[in-house]
Design a protein around this ligand. Structure first.
Ligand code: GDP
Ligand code: MG
Length: 164
């Protein structure tokens, strides 16, 4: 069986966009407003000759408050059960939220590799100041990426496949 890489994070951070970029096709539905992504979605992916299965844990993405948090907990436990490497996605536009902190704490306890991915860093060059608040999650260096522009994905994937 191929190693499994799961993407978790709040609705609208850009999980499905990253998934489609890495999978090389539009499989997951990208929502302009948080909405329904149906179920978890799988794709075969490959980086530097290393094959893996990518999972978008988006599920049915709710639009507010406690529902988001419970959905995120569910996504995180799915990823903890199934994945060999977990990508925890946040984004610089929205900044850090309480739900991010809670899910980060849950993921850190699982003992699996978790990489913090900071999406929507659309301009090449030095990352924006807004990225630095994510150090407060205690998950180490965030990987700045722009899923729509494909920036930063090489460095991220180098690190991902190093865990296989
Ligand atoms: P998900 O809910 O986490 O799966 O997020 P989606 O992939 O559906 O994306 C939510 C919105 O963010 C969509 O409008 C995307 O086009 C947008 N988006 C995703 N990645 C980026 C990015 O790197 N930069 C910018 N500016 N927008 C992005
Ligand atoms: Mg999605």
């Amino acid at each position: 069986m191929k190693p499994i890489v799961a993407v978790v994070g709040r609705p609208n951070v850009g999980k499905s966009t990253l998934f489609n970029k890495i999978a090389g096709q539009r499989i997951a539905i990208v929502e302009d407003t948080p909405g329904i992504t149906r179920d978890r979605i799988y794709a075969d992916a490959e980086w530097n000759g290393r094959e893996f299965t990518l999972i978008d844990t988006g599920g049915i993405e709710p639009s507010g408050g406690d529902v988001i948090l419970s959905q995120m907990r569910e996504q995180a436990s799915l990823a903890i059960d199934m994945a060999d490497v977990i990508l925890f996605m946040v984004n610089v536009r929205d900044g850090m939220t309480a739900a991010d902190s809670e899910v980060a704490a849950m993921l850190q306890k699982c003992g699996k590799p978790v990489l913090l991915v900071c999406n929507k860093v659309d301009n090449p060059g030095s990352p924006p100041m807004a990225m630095y608040e994510f150090y407060n999650l205690g998950m180490g260096d965030p990987y700045p990426v722009s899923s729509t522009h494909g920036l930063g994905l090489g460095d991220l994937l180098d690190e991902v496949v190093a865990y296989f």
